[in-house]
Design a protein around this ligand. Sequence first.
Ligand SMILES: [Zn+2]
Length: 224
Amino acid sequence: MSERNLVLLGPPGAGKGTQAERLIDDFDLPYYATGNILREAVEEGTELGREAKDYMDRGDLVPDELICRVIEERLDSGEADDGFLLDGFPRTIGQAEMLEEALERRGRSVTAALLIDTPDDEVIRRLSGRRTCVKAGHVYHVEFDPPKNEGVCDQDGSRLVQRDDDKPETIKKRLEVYHEQTEPLIEWYDERGLLRRFDGTRTPDEVHSHIRATLATLALEAEI
Ligand SMILES: [Zn+2]
């Protein structure tokens, strides 16, 4: 079987997390979301983890090069021999080049960059409708998953609020950053023939089956 070395791309609110969960289930791939693997490295107290913690404790961004080394450590652990799913890295062309070199040194390469394309207005509609309960963080959506009583958590009766992250102004800023940094990266993968686009306005089931079909085709092509 060919490797599935996958990069997940898309704006916040595109449903990357949902698709990631399904792909991990489908193919038993390790999932490398930047925040998670850094946190795990810190918890395990590895040398890289301690280095990363120094940056985090100071409130500084963990440098690209260090994130890449954390990913490389996981690649060399044996758990990613059949593939992996990266989410949140690479986010820029510089990071993508770093990743490409790291994979090349191991005789490997990215199989596909999966872009879940979702227009800004849809992202804003999805994220700004989220309401979170103050007590336990239960999440609702005013349109897609409303609580029985407006503004009240079904599970514990606590108040529902819109988190700062879900306020339209914050979402617009995150989208600006996304367009600025990640659109050139999308082109970069496209030029290399690695980009696969999926319509993020479709239901999660539809996006998932489209991704599966695409990966099946890629696997067939790799065997020819
Ligand atoms: Zn609650």
